[in-house]
Design a protein. Sequence first.
Length: 142
Amino acid sequence: CGNARSALASSCPFCGATELPDGAKKVAGIFTFNLEVGLPSVDQARERLVEKLRQLEDTGVQFVKVIHGYGSGGRGGAIKNALIADLQAGFYKTVENYFRGDDLLPGYSAYAQCTKLYPQLKTQLTKDIYGNPGITLLILHP
């Protein structure tokens, strides 16, 4: 029918279609996943992210904004540190690339690299990402 639907909806709420509309993989925007909800442990956060990435496979979503916090409570950013370590080790097989929010600021080399590699992000990145140490942007394999 062509109506928009959530990236994780198994069917269209309007017509019931289960297949993605033509071009869905090209127009999907940034999916936001708040990993901080419920104050999970590092292991719980890792499990949640693995499950969410599995759910996002074949949805057309290529960009995921992960909100993990940065430890402003004085105890350090354990989830952020674990996420970055996992990304560096290639733990998440569906992730092609990533950019830390603290490095995504116009004028920074990481921002220039990100928008050069993924030009569609120039119009999709929102100001809440810019320089935010509590966010990491994941780029999923197409």
